[in-house]
Design a protein around this ligand. Structure first.
Ligand code: BLA
Length: 512
């Protein structure tokens, strides 16, 4: 596992970013031993910040101001879970600082000090902001509104709302930017752009400020904690130095400063609100705290909208079932009922096309291959059913049909994703759903992708390289089918199979 600062593009997935051993220079860090509150580690800029000769080895109360006194009442709180911030004074003469304290996993107390800035009264702006977030009625509306609000409140040149898919690949869902900047809206990035270690960290530490990407990191002195002989765990530190690889990425983009908030939905990193500025930019603690609260509110709204969408899908499926059953008792025209308002057949699965093969007939909705190719697919499915083990009623599911089965290459791009549900024991009777290849639904304005070489040099890192890499990873593949979509497919196809079987037995009775 590469230590902080030693990772290369080949192994950066495992870089120990929480063991940075250094901070950004806009504040100072003190590690303190209890109960005597002796400073045992300090960033090398601490003495100058406090206007004193030395810091390490001295008790907190000797450092001037009311720092030692102010933190006292908080030391029994849950500081190992989340840092807390208070205003106090420290140094000679005492200066006003924002002081953030927390307990790292491996012992002691971490105190981080930033110069206090004049507080702006953001309460009025926030009031409206929370309401706008909680009243958003669609995911995209919510995401756009969140980007707008973050731009208003933080003043960064660009704000992007990122969403991660089930495989961790990222997508820029919304963007607000100064008009002269290149647009990143709609861009896709591979999961490898943000290592797993960083993602897990962002679930705990939900706001990251990078004040100046061209900063020189300030080391801790001593580097190793005298408490346990190990690197200080800086997971929850607000001044932590960022990974040099990520720093390089941002420098290559021409970005000067960032502020990024995690969107945590059901305990998982769902996405990010990423703010970029093209010059160094500092935002004080109170604005960061407001951003954290807004991101949390946004995440709660996302969860609500997702669960609403899920119940809507379930409702659509139930209505479809009802229509089928009614059709059977009315005139037996269940095929017509199935395709009546084809959205109810497509929407619950997020499919773009569907086809029914039954008693030699092919009925379709949306974007589908030619009738002949649909019949070819059924024949292929019949062959697979004979040679593979699973239960005869099992769904065939793929997000990469044309890679799995090159003879269907001509079905690109409309049928990269396929769900096939057998409707009976007979051959050639299926309900099929299709989904297009992802890269066909995404474009990058400007140069063709071919121009990008994906090498191992950090100097090559760029959104364009990321996009090209994502492109390679998902080429030929549709968006993966989610468990909820598969459940809908199962429900619909089982109902169709029941209905079809029922009518067949009725016809047999009549024929006798
Ligand atoms: C972190 N990489 C990140 C973060 C983003 C990106 C958003 C999170 C930063 C944060 O939350 O503060 C990626 N940023 C992007 C992309 C765009 C952008 C794609 O603005 C496009 C517009 N990064 C790589 C590669 C590696 C890598 C190849 O691209 C290594 C394999 C590493 N990225 C990397 C690391 C971090 C990171 C180590 C963690 C940074 C840290 O918190 O210290």
């Amino acid at each position: 596992t590469p230590a902080f600062g030693h990772a290369t593009l080949a192994n950066c997935e495992r870089e120990q970013i929480h063991l940075a051993g250094s901070i950004q220079p806009h504040g100072i860090l003190l590690a303190v031993k209890e109960p005597d509150n002796l400073v045992i580690q300090a960033s090398t800029n601490a003495a100058a910040f406090l206007n004193t000769n030395s810091v390490v080895g001295r008790p907190l109360r000797d450092l001037g101001g009311d720092l030692a006194l102010q933190i006292l009442p908080h030391l029994n709180g849950p500081l190992h879970l989340a840092p807390m911030t208070l205003r106090c004074a420290v140094g000679t003469p005492p200066r006003r600082v924002d002081c953030t304290i927390h307990r790292p996993s491996n012992g002691g107390l971490i105190i981080e000090l930033e110069p206090a800035t004049k507080t702006t009264n953001i309460a009025p702006a926030l009031d409206g902001a929370f309401h706008r977030i909680t009243s958003a009625s669609s995911l995209l509306g919510l995401s756009d509104e969140t980007a707008t609000i973050f731009k208003e409140i933080t003043g960064y040149d660009r704000v992007m709302v990122y969403r991660f898919d089930d495989e961790g690949h990222g997508e820029v869902l919304s963007e607000r930017r100064r008009p002269e900047l290149e647009a990143f809206l709609g861009n896709r990035y591979p999961a490898s752009d943000i290592p797993q270690i960083a993602r897990r960290l962002y679930e705990r530490n939900r706001v990251r400020l990078l004040v100046d990407v061209n900063y020189t990191p300030v080391p801790l002195q001593p580097r190793i904690s005298p408490l346990n002989g190990r690197d200080l765990d800086m997971s929850l530190s607000c001044l932590r130095s960022m990974s040099p690889i990520h720093q390089k990425y941002l420098q290559n983009m021409g970005v000067g400063a960032t502020l990024v908030c995690s969107l945590i939905v059901s305990g998982r990193l769902w996405g990010l609100v990423a703010c970029h500025h093209y010059e160094p930019r500092f935002v004080p603690f109170d604005i960061r705290a407001a951003c954290e609260a807004l991101a949390e509110t946004c995440a709660i709204r996302i969860a609500a909208l997702e669960s609403f969408a899920q119940s809507q899908s379930e409702l659509v499926v139930r209505r479809l079932e009802q229509r089928l059953v009614e059709a059977v008792s009315r005139d037996g025209e269940w095929q017509a009922a199935l395709f009546d308002g084809s959205q109810s057949l497509l929407q619950p699965l997020g499919a773009t096309g569907a086809a029914l093969l039954f008693e030699g007939q092919v009925t379709t909705a949306g974007d589908v291959p030619s009738t002949q190719r649909i019949r070819d697919l059924a024949a292929w499915l019949d062959r697979r059913r004979k040679t593979t083990e699973p239960a005869p009623q099992a769904l065939t599911v793929t997000a990469a049909l044309t890679l799995d089965e090159p003879s269907f290459m001509d079905l690109r791009p409309i049928a990269s994703g396929l769900i096939a549900a057998p409707l009976s024991a007979s051959e050639g009777e299926y309900l099929l759903w299709f989904r297009p290849e992802q890269v066909r639904t995404v474009t990058w304005g400007g140069d063709p992708l071919k121009a990008v070489i994906i090498g191992d040099d950090p100097s090559d890192l760029s959104p364009r390289r990321s996009f090209a890499q994502w492109h390679q990873l998902v080429e030929g593949k549709s968006e993966p089918w989610s468990p909820a979509e598969l459940a809908s497919a199962r429900l619909i196809s089982e109902t169709v199979a029941d209905v079809a079987l029922q009518l067949r037995s009725v016809r047999m009775v009549i024929a006798q």
